[in-house]
Write a protein that binds this ligand. Structure first.
Ligand SMILES: Cc1ncc(COP(=O)(O)O)c(C=O)c1O
Length: 456
């Protein structure tokens, strides 16, 4: 265990132990070394280890018996984070599943999609079924440039748009491009999406966590980190729900301009904003330095694997070359159907329908919390498909609460799962339970039921 130096060592020791228990590196029932042994192993004072054991025992991670020793407690809880993070195919979407990441799959517009598919099958010439342009179908790239300009304030000509297999592949391609340009590290948000870190790692880039505060990513910390690229979610930070302030957006764009850096913008749920007009994409502020990424995963369905990136032409050319060597391009029929869907207005209709339903579901979440857990707070609700729920103090400590939630059959993810730093940069160190709650996939009735079960 690396503890570093100075006054933070005790905290780092506690965080390291907590994490080891949480991810199962220290399994339930494991006896820990005596405080004297561990202190000698780590080269720290015995008091520091005793304090750490006492703190984690109070929090429910450890159990101890006077004079007999200290053991890892049975921190039984909802399904452990899977290697695939929030986005892997799994058992999600059950009636009492409040974890984030999914839209309502029952809202997929099957009839309109089938009609578009029939039109496309009639219209496509034989030659269209050959190997596609790895940058994407020209009709779709043009339709996306228009859509993203109109809805998200993205500044793009069609030749700056590239079709990808979701945001996930866009990030993989961009990671490979940055790596080929000599970069070995990239900044990510803390708290942030574990998926970003995993995708970057697969391309050989090490993620450097940078704290997020109430205004967004700390650009001062970013500048001090010595990286040349950053992956960010400025319109609705994942998972905190913060929308970057205008000053922070300008500072981030300024950082990229000053150091010739690259910002990868993940606009994973930018289509959904409830209380006012959507915040435009950061890319519009600095198109030369920001690569915008988005997908149909939230608006239509993640199973389509349809996404896009928009960036400077040299980046698009390099990313397309990577895609060519990866899969020779995206399915022509799916691209053509999406292009038809966009051109016919069906996509806008789908967005309007989802927006209306998801707003009602968000309101149902806020209402259920006010009713069943008075004193709780909800934040990050202006946009997207999830919110941060902070429960009143009486629900802590977190491990005991999560164990009780699992016993009640409610699947939840705590905000702490998305943090890399031992000390929360977002003020979440007051002992209150903070959950990242996805609400879009549940009906208002199901939300009320799950919340009632959860807080009982
Ligand atoms: C923050 C974030 N980034 C990326 C993704 C993955 O998106 P896609 O399905 O477009 O690959 C998700 C999916 O939920 C997400 O929440």
């Amino acid at each position: 265990m690396e503890l570093g130096g100075g006054r933070g060592r005790g905290r780092a020791l506690q965080a390291g132990l907590r994490e080891a228990v949480r991810v199962g590196r220290l399994g339930a029932g494991t006896q820990l070394p005596s405080s004297r042994e561990l202190a000698a192993d780590l080269g720290v004072s015995r008091g520091m280890v005793t304090d750490a054991y006492a703190q984690l025992t109070a929090e429910g991670y450890l159990t101890s018996r006077q004079g007999a020793g200290t053991w890892v407690a049975d921190v039984r809880r909802g399904p452990a984070p899977r290697p695939g993070g929030d986005f892997a195919a799994d058992d999600r979407g059950g009636p009492d599943d409040l974890r984030p990441g999914l839209p309502d799959l029952a809202l997929f517009p099957r009839a309109a999609w089938s009609a578009a598919h029939r039109r496309v099958m009639t219209a496509l010439p034989h030659r269209a079924f050959g190997y596609p342009d790895p940058r994407g179908l020209p009709e779709l790239r043009a339709a996306l440039a228009a859509l993203l300009g109109r809805r998200r304030g993205v500044a793009a000509e069609p030749d700056q748009v590239m079709v990808t297999s979701g945001v996930a592949q866009a990030h993989t391609l961009l990671g490979l491009v940055l790596h080929a340009r000599g970069q070995r590290t990239t900044a990510v948000e803390d708290p942030g999406s574990p998926e970003h870190t995993a995708l970057l790692a697969a391309t050989g880039l090490t993620a450097v966590p940078i704290p997020v505060d109430a205004e967004g990513l700390s650009v001062a910390a970013l500048a001090a980190a010595g990286v040349r690229s950053a992956v960010v979610t400025p319109c609705h930070q994942f998972p905190s729900g913060v929308a970057y302030s205008a000053a922070r957006r300008a500072a981030l764009a300024g950082w990229a301009r000053d150091c010739g850096g690259t910002v990868v913008e993940d606009d994973y749920d930018g289509d959904f904003r409830y209380d006012r007009q959507p915040v435009g994409a950061l890319q519009g502020l600095a198109p030369e330095h920001v690569v915008y990424t988005g997908s149909a995963s939230k608006s239509l369905a993640p199973g389509l694997r349809l996404g896009w990136l928009v960036g400077p032409r040299d980046v698009v050319a390099e990313a397309a070359e990577r895609k060519r060597t990866m899969d020779l391009g995206h399915s022509v029929t799916e691209q053509a159907v999406l292009a038809d869907f966009l051109a016919s207005g069906a996509y806008d209709r789908q967005l309007r329908r989802c927006q209306r339903l998801y707003r009602a579901r968000r309101d149902a979440l806020v209402g259920a919390l006010a009713r069943y857990a008075p004193g709780g707070e909800v934040s990050g609700i202006a946009a997207g498909l999830h919110a941060i729920v902070t429960l009143p103090e009486r629900y802590g400590p977190e491990p005991a609460f999560l164990a009780a939630a699992a016993r009640a059959g409610v699947a939840v993810r705590p905000l702490s799962d998305y943090r890399t730093s031992p000390r929360p940069p977002d003020g979440g160190d007051d002992g209150r339970v903070r959950l990242v709650v996805g609400y879009a996939h549940l009906t208002p009735e199901a939300i009320a039921r799950a919340v009632r079960l959860l807080v009982r």
